[in-house]
Design a protein around this ligand. Sequence first.
Ligand SMILES: *[C@@H]1O[C@H](CO)[C@@H](O)[C@H](O)[C@H]1NC(C)=O
Length: 341
Amino acid sequence: MRKAKISRMVLAMCLGSFVMGIFYFQSNLKSASPQGSGQARGSRKSVRSPLQTLYAADSMDPSPLHLMHKARRELLHDACRSHTRKRRVLMRDDLKHVIVDDHHGLLYCYVPKVACTNWKRVLLVLTGESGGLNEPLQIPANEAHAPGRLRALSEYSAPEINRRLRAYLKFLFVREPFERLVSAYRNKFTRTYNTAFHRRYGTRIIRKHRPEPRPEALERGDDVSFAEFVRYLVDPSTRREEPFNEHWERAHALCHPCLLGYDVVGKYETLHEDAAYVLRLAGVDDHVTFPSTAGNARTTGDMASDFFKSISPEFQKKLYELYSMDFLLFNYSTPAYLQLT
Ligand SMILES: *[C@@H]1O[C@H](CO)[C@@H](O)[C@H](O)[C@H]1NC(C)=O
């Protein structure tokens, strides 16, 4: 196996526009440490960044947990190599979901419906933007999602982006794709309070995918069935009009794992162990605990099988094709209930 030792960056500015290409190679780990640990550099040489801690464990005495994460990382890397066509260049827009923690040297790519509210709460605490709150759950959900407090990697200049990509620990959390999809459907279309989603998406879905809709349904968009939602997703014209909403966009399309090379792949199915692993690497496990909320208790859910009963085999197959990269890259097996004939 050939590991790229060189880290190199080529920057291309096209005619003064903001089009930017970042050629980013898997990096030389010893070269840099995060901003926040700068003061520690001189006095305490042994202070490692989370990224250095992760890769130091490879040569020390790797625990079974560490080896499991290494296997996941390598599986992702291999799956990227065998399933992606020509490697394209990383663009600034690819980094909109990547949240920066300069204090600890972390980059977290958030995927909605995969505990992202709690991760944003934790990052608000870690970056000192929690308004003095030390307990993540004390931060209201709407504040965790409020723009302006957490910074996305896309907001930085190209050299600043590249420096962080090389030196920081990059992680994301993923979830079984159909469980995530059903969770998004239930949350956005079956709850009466989500009127914004009903108006924006529900009305459109009903107009296009329901034969002879009643006028109230057309106006309110609040009774979209799962089968109608699936028709909307697999209809090629949907994505021609605009990108998917982030709640049902594929995790690989939000986080670009094959361009970014994540160091840790966390899973919703093992959320608390994996979150604790990341916080331990960041050296903050003694003062920040990942929230454990009652709603998250059922993380190995099997909601999807019930919902798929209302979907014809033809549409099950189309939906599986749509989400297949998330199954492959993150090692989720094809659900047993799926009818792919
Ligand atoms: C991939 O999934 C299979 C089946 O669930 C599991 O046995 C294996 O350990 C997983 N591999 C990695 C690297 O996570």
